[in-house]
Design a protein around this ligand. Structure first.
Ligand code: IMP
Length: 171
């Protein structure tokens, strides 16, 4: 496996789109002081850039989830690290690197709902709707992509390539 010579999504395009997403979130969450709940590890570059483009005051929290393809028919998602801060009555924006099957977002939302937040929205840098298994559509999407395996801007292949400043296709 190697990465494409040219990026699928260039750095400038990513930054421009993040600027637009931040403007939309500022408008939608004016005065609400939302929690940016960042899914580790893939969403950290996206979240860091997005957060710094926001004018609204936000609280930054982290959550870690892992998928397993065990003996179950479909992969299950386990929350391996939950935020210590309470999400009760808070407006939570879950920041994801990519929504692929949608199972991770669905599992995190289910986990959060036990704390009765005021609202939950999902903001994903990338959306890969062709592989959707769970009924989960992100509320804010940077880019919708075809069924490629992509790396860079936080996304990895076997732990590698997260640091690339643009998004590349693995071929
Ligand atoms: P889900 O299938 O929506 O639950 O996505 C689970 C996780 O798989 C994402 O948060 C990513 O970390 C990872 N993932 C899905 N598609 C890709 C990809 O194209 N490149 C790198 N990671 C991916």
């Amino acid at each position: 496996m190697k990465i494409s010579e040219r990026p699928l999504i260039a750095t400038a395009a990513i930054q421009e789109r993040i600027h637009e997403l931040a403007a939309q979130i500022d408008k939608d969450y004016k005065g609400k002081h939302p929690v940016l709940l960042i899914t580790l590890s893939g969403a950290f570059f996206f979240a860091a850039d997005l957060a710094r483009q926001l004018h609204e005051t936000v609280q930054i929290e982290f959550i870690r989830a892992q998928s397993y393809s065990g003996t179950q028919p479909g992969p299950t998602v386990r929350i391996t690290s939950a935020p210590e801060a309470s999400m009760t009555n808070r407006h939570v924006i879950l920041i994801e690197d990519i929504v692929d099957t949608g199972r991770t977002a669905t599992a995190i939302i289910k986990h959060l709902q036990t704390q009765r937040p005021a609202s939950i929205a999902v903001c994903a840098l990338l959306d890969k709707p062709s592989r959707r298994a769970a009924n989960s559509t992100p509320d804010y999407v940077g880019f919708t992509i075809e069924n490629h395996f992509v790396v860079g801007f936080g996304l990895d292949y076997d732990g590698l390539y997260r640091q690339l400043p643009a998004i590349y296709v693995m071929t």
